[in-house]
Design a protein around this ligand. Structure first.
Ligand code: MRU
Length: 354
């Protein structure tokens, strides 16, 4: 099966002349294919905040390219003012969204290049920043491919798989994480039946996951989030595959709001629940899920977005957390590019970084 319609798209890249980051605006999908060319820190911040570019690894890739593009335009040619400008932009972009660790992880790598090469001319540092941003992207491609291979060993031909939010190529590069085993298996002739939670309130499951799987020719059925229980009860789901935005050292995993509910349902019905993500999403400095900052978003995303008219009175209070944390006790395994981690996660995750 040819899945290149979804895995072959460069949805985050440097422009040919290297002066802009080009992104596929994910807020326009599935109805329009719109590419944006970003050059200013403000529009880059906005692209992350508004989810034009989204998904933990993808935000990291974007941040790498963004810092290169910004740094290559600084007027400063002396190291000290160049570094000051760089750190200010880095801090600014880092403040756009708090939960996905890949953002700060990628920004930290870019800063590491600047700090480690302080004796070199600024023009050379800029070239090194470009190389690092490309390396972050290429690493992600390799990590997603390895995650897909490992994940594929957890399911068999004919299985039903439920996923939540979007952890496909659009959220990463090439195969994606949670969708990786599905797409790779499909390529190899496996027949999976996928249930995609629509993922309220921003509908990544409807707008992005069902789009990607449909385009790849995978059997996908879109369901509302509150239908996950019935499809599990019907015996249609043999495994849950979800992505992650930050995994704590004890295996607690933050992912799109609603993920922990899926894990609780899966436990009830005896269905294995797998979290898939690169080691760049594992934050060993974060002891437990309680230490993960959860992004709170605009209540209008619940009340107004996607509706012709508001669906609640303006004075009605709204709580709109973008992520929740799935307790490690509900997670059957965490699949990384370095292998499959099983409980106890304090040990199996630590072993990844030895
Ligand atoms: O708010 P989003 O759309 O950026 O949230 C994305 C998710 O929660 C994904 O599941 C996660 O980032 C993993 S992407 C491989």
């Amino acid at each position: 099966m040819d899945i290149s319609a979804v895995t072959g798209i460069d949805h985050v890249r440097l422009s040919d002349d290297g002066t802009a980051v080009v992104i596929l605006d994910q807020t326009e999908l599935p109805n329009r294919t719109v590419y944006l060319s970003l050059t200013e820190a403000g529009e880059m911040f906005d692209a992350i905040l508004k989810l034009r570019v989204r998904g933990a690894p993808c935000i990291g890739i974007f941040a790498g390219y963004a810092m290169y593009v910004l740094a290559s335009r600084y007027p400063e040619t002396e190291y000290a003012p160049f570094l000051e400008h760089f750190l200010a932009d880095k801090q600014y972009l880092n403040s756009s969204r708090p939960t996905a660790v890949n953002l700060s992880w990628a920004l930290q790598r870019m800063e590491g290049i600047v700090l480690a090469n302080s004796e070199k001319p600024v023009s050379e540092i800029i070239l090194l920043l470009k190389a690092e941003s490309v390396e972050i992207h290429e690493e992600d491609i390799r990590m997603c491919t390895a995650i897909a291979e490992y994940g594929l060993t957890l399911v068999k031909d004919g299985d039903g798989i439920l996923t939540h939010c979007n952890a496909g190529p659009l959220a990463t590069s090439r195969y994606g994480t949670a969708l990786g085993p599905i797409l790779m298996g499909h390529e190899r002739g496996y027949k999976f039946r996928v249930f995609s939670d629509e993922t309220r309130p921003l509908l990544q499951g409807a707008r992005l996951t069902s789009y990607e799987l449909q385009k790849a020719g995978v059997d996908v059925t879109l369901i509302c989030d509150n239908m996950a229980s019935i499809v599990m009860k019907n015996g249609w789901v043999q495994a849950c595959f979800v992505g992650c935005d930050r995994v704590a050292a004890n295996g607690d995993a933050a992912n799109k709001i609603g993920t922990s509910g899926v894990a609780i349902l899966a436990r009830h019905y005896g269905i294995p629940f797998y979290v898939l993500g690169p080691t760049s999403t594992v934050d060993m400095a974060c002891p437990t899920g309680d230490d993960i900052k959860i992004e709170l978003r605009d209540p209008d995303e619940i009340k107004k977005k996607f509706y012709a008219e508001p669906m609640a009175l303006p004075e009605v209070k709204c709580y709109n957390p973008a992520f929740d944390v799935t307790d490690h006790s509900l997670i059957t395994a965490i699949v990384t590019e370095k292998g499959i981690c099983r409980p106890p996660y304090t040990e199996s995750l630590a072993a990844l970084f030895k």
